[in-house]
Design a protein around this ligand. Structure first.
Ligand SMILES: Nc1ncnc2c1ncn2[C@@H]1O[C@H](COP(=O)(O)OP(=O)(O)OP(=O)(O)O)[C@@H](O)[C@H]1O
Length: 314
């Protein structure tokens, strides 16, 4: 369990984390979402005792990180995959961590196997790709077989097969009863993996819900209607309090009623329908609607990557 209460971190004039309160429960994957610069990494660093809150607190299993008696066995974290000494092999790096953390060295081969690095475990980490470094970082996080796991953007640098692998791993870790807290600036990545979502923007909490509720609430349901009697239907629906917007091709986009309700209203007023199709906003739209005003860095459209465009709320 991870609990933040009134967590605040100020760097000079920047309020990186602003009065955040949330709970991350065991047995579930919790996605920690927000555009670039929202304060996700800062929150994770505060959780791991790598920085001090300006005010408020973040506790792991009821205590601040620094007061945990066996921190490596209680919490595993992947923050920056590139912090490994470049001349050290994956095996040597994990050996060093195991000895320092009082973890049996027999665990090294288990975690190397788990992350698929056994074949390259003797090679120097400086030659690893970003994806391999991510896997080594995840191996290090799992070394102490911890109950609580924090991963900062774990899919960074992974290819599609690697992304699928990390999704399955996160779900399995949660199914074991662990607390799994994973940051990402991409909602699409989290929507398939996370059971719960904590969404922040400019350091503040925007929403904490289950992923299903978030999607349901944030995507505004609309119904696309085609009829040769558009004016008549518009009058009927407007009278019932629906929103009706004209589409360039003559169709109507209706809000405030389900397809069923629109169909029944049309039948009651003898309006012929040619099409009645419920629309669902995309997850990215939902995320952008929620975080659009909370964007720290607005990317330039020219040459910007998709992820930057998303983060910039475009
Ligand atoms: N050590 C620091 N000194 C000064 N400002 C900092 C420091 N660390 C973070 N910040 C600022 O705090 C804010 C939040 O940054 P943070 O890295 O936590 O966001 P993030 O959500 O993790 O973003 P990203 O997705 O880009 O990693 C940003 O404005 C950042 O510039």
């Amino acid at each position: 369990m991870i609990e933040a209460s009134g967590l605040t971190k100020r760097y000079g004039r920047t309020l990186a984390v602003d009065d955040l309160s949330f709970t991350v429960r065991p047995g579930r994957v919790t996605g920690f979402l927000g555009p670039n610069g929202a304060g996700k990494s800062t929150t994770m660093r505060l959780a791991l005792g790598l920085d001090h809150p300006t005010s408020g607190a973040i506790h792991i299993n009821g205590r601040p990180y620094r007061q945990l008696s066996h921190p490596l066995r209680a919490v595993g974290a992947l923050l920056d995959p590139r912090w490994v000494h470049p001349n050290r092999s994956a095996r040597a790096h994990l050996h060093w961590l195991a000895v320092a953390g009082g973890i049996p060295t027999s665990r090294i081969d288990e975690v190397l196997d788990l992350v698929g690095l056994s074949a390259v475990a003797g090679k120097r980490a400086g030659g690893y790709s970003l994806g391999m470094s991510q896997r080594l970082g995840i191996a290090a996080a799992l070394l102490g077989d911890p109950e609580v796991l924090l991963f900062d953007e774990p899919a960074n640098g992974l290819d599609p097969e690697g992304i699928h692998w990390i999704r399955t791993l996160l779900k399995n870790l949660a199914a074991d009863g662990r607390t799994v807290f994973v940051s990402s600036h991409l909602l699409s990545e989290m929507a398939n993996t996370a059971d719960d979502l904590i969404v922040i923007g400019r350091g503040r909490l925007i929403s904490q819900t289950t992923t299903a509720e978030f999607i349901e609430r944030a995507t505004k349901a609309t119904v696309l209607v085609r009829t040769p009697q558009a004016e008549r239907l518009r009058a009927v629906l407007t009278q019932q309090g629906c929103g009706v917007a004209d589409q360039p091709d003559g169709a109507l986009l209706v809000t405030g009623a389900t397809g069923e309700q629109i169909g029944e209203a049309a039948a009651a007023h003898q309006v012929v329908l040619h099409e009645l199709s419920p629309q669902r906003g995309s997850l990215e739209e939902a995320f952008m609607q929620l975080t659009g005003d909370a964007v720290e860095y607005a990317a330039q459209p020219a040459g910007a990557e998709d992820s930057d465009l998303l983060a910039a709320g475009r």
